[in-house]
Write a protein that binds this ligand. Structure first.
Ligand code: EPZ
Length: 445
């Protein structure tokens, strides 16, 4: 039973409270068994929640993961006049008023996806003031592509005192031909932001070099269920024919492919047989190809993946690129797996070249990793040893948990609020498979 619901500004927040500076104590080298069900995709739910701003009708979104980032996005919507109420993992929304169009720094700085309200606010209310999301440990996180796309739709935008000030033309946004490619290729949130704005623009918009991630398709499907006219989502060319008004959404978020890949590696790194349920293996083809190259035995079902123990995995080379190539969000977890594989693997990070924060902590556990110029060279060793380490960002933290499961002895991971941003009660779910992970509150360490 979820804890009683809490209120902020008289509005209902997620019924789920998430502690902040806790620590994980992990006892390594335990075999896992059984099955684990993935939750809804965080990176779908975050932009999809922002679509509630596009309509005056009530919306309901289901299969929402109960995460810190979701809580933050709900708080942002609440400050923008959206009333929310939870029932388990479903959330109902209704725009109560549109007096405030400012998404504040103290919330957007915690969670970059807060930038997703920019497009919907511009399209529906004609103006938006959204804090710049700021950088984070995985690298500088610019929003130039978001601004390029929204300016192409006619928005006047400038940055002042750390906020983006945006205004739509008097008659509203106007459809345009937009090229949305950057130095690192396509942008997931920029594609979603511009698409969410174009649905109410006058005329037709084409987005060239659109991101093709499954989460982009999920956002498009949610908008289509609201009456938007979108074709091409999932391909590099998306076409949107503007409509005057949208009805409410009734949308179930897709399964989280990054959770699925993370849990699959929990089985592989501990030499266990486990089944990951409720996932969509077709969203993980590049990752599954790397797992195959490493010699890890995986059986694919329609909505499940079963990993089985076999010979010691073989390290291999990995390059992260936009979907359908290998996802950057599974890079750190795969690096942890390569640390205890045989041979040498080279990971090239093309999306966020500095995204190797897990390396330093894995080296404290005995890993042999050399990082330079956006590449990590991993020489596999027979076993990691437990140590005191520090979580730094969401996916690096997941990599450290995997390492702790495999390491000899005990591993203490501090600041695990990072992991709570993207994995719902990961310790309870892994312990149900036979892991031994204790969550130690900050004041009890
Ligand atoms: C999304 O972030 C995901 N977050 C990230 O997941 C994921 O790592 C990333 O896509 C890449 O797949 C959400 O969906 C909430 P991008 P996003 O714009 O959209 C550059 C996680 O762990 N860029 O696709 O912000 C950017 O610097 C998170 O769940 C610009 O240059 O990423 C990067 O190099 C981490 N200008 C590349 O594009 C822009 O305006 C791809 O970034 C925007 C991005």
């Amino acid at each position: 039973m979820l804890p009683a619901q809490r209120r902020l500004h008289g509005l209902l927040l997620s019924p789920y409270t998430i502690p902040v500076m806790d620590t994980f104590r992990i006892t390594g080298r335990r075999k896992l068994s059984g099955s684990i069900t993935v939750r809804g995709a965080k990176n779908s739910a975050l932009p999809i929640l922002a679509t509630s701003l596009l309509t005056d009708s009530p919306c309901s979104f289901s299969n929402i993961p109960l995460l810190r980032d979701i809580q933050t996005q709900v708080k942002i919507l609440n400050t923008l006049g959206v009333e929310t109420s939870w029932k388990g993992r479903s959330i109902a929304t209704k725009v109560r008023d549109s007096y405030n169009n400012t998404a504040p720094y103290e919330l957007v700085s915690q969670m970059r996806a807060g930038i997703c309200v920019l497009g919907p606010l511009l399209a529906k209310r004609g103006e938006a003031i959204v804090s710049l999301p700021g950088g984070c440990v995985i690298g500088e996180r610019p929003i130039d592509l978001h601004m390029r796309g929204l300016r192409a739709l006619g928005a006047e935008m400038h940055v002042e005192h750390g906020y983006v000030h945006a205004k739509a033309p008097k008659g509203g946004l106007v459809g345009a031909e937009i090229y949305l490619g950057g130095t690192h290729g396509s942008s997931v949130l920029a594609t979603e932001n511009v698409m969410s704005a174009a649905v109410l623009a006058k005329g037709t918009t084409t987005i060239e070099c659109a991101a093709c991630e499954p989460e982009v398709v999920d956002v498009a499907n949610c908008l289509i269920s609201m009456g938007a006219k979108i074709t091409g989502a999932g391909s590099p060319l998306i076409t949107i024919r503007g409509v005057k008004k949208l009805r409410g959404a009734q949308h179930r978020v897709i399964p989280d492919r990054i959770e699925a890949g993370t849990f699959l590696l929990a089985g592989a790194i501990t030499g266990s047989e486990i089944t990951v349920k409720g996932c969509n293996p077709s969203h993980l083809l590049a990752f599954l190809d790397v797992v195959r190259q490493m010699g890890i035995e995986v059986e694919r079902g329609k909505t499940s993946l079963t990993v089985r123990p076999g010979k010691r995995p073989q390290a291999c080379d990995v390059v992260t690129l936009p979907y359908p190539a290998f996802p950057t969000d599974l890079q750190a977890q795969t690096m942890a797996m390569q640390c205890v594989s045989q041979g040498t693997g080279i990971i090239t990070e093309r999306i966020y070249p500095e995204r190797f924060m897990a390396a330093a902590e894995l080296k404290r556990m005995g890993a042999n990793i050399t990082v330079s110029n956006g590449q990590a060279v991993i020489q596999g060793i027979s076993a990691l040893s437990g140590a005191e380490i520090m979580a730094s960002d969401l996916r690096a933290s997941a990599a450290l948990v995997l390492a702790g499961l495999a390491a000899k002895g005990e591993t203490l991971i501090r600041r695990i609020y990072h992991i709570d941003r993207g994995y719902e009660r990961i310790e309870e779910r892994l312990n149900a498979l036979g892991a031994k992970i204790e969550r130690i509150p900050e004041n009890e360490l």
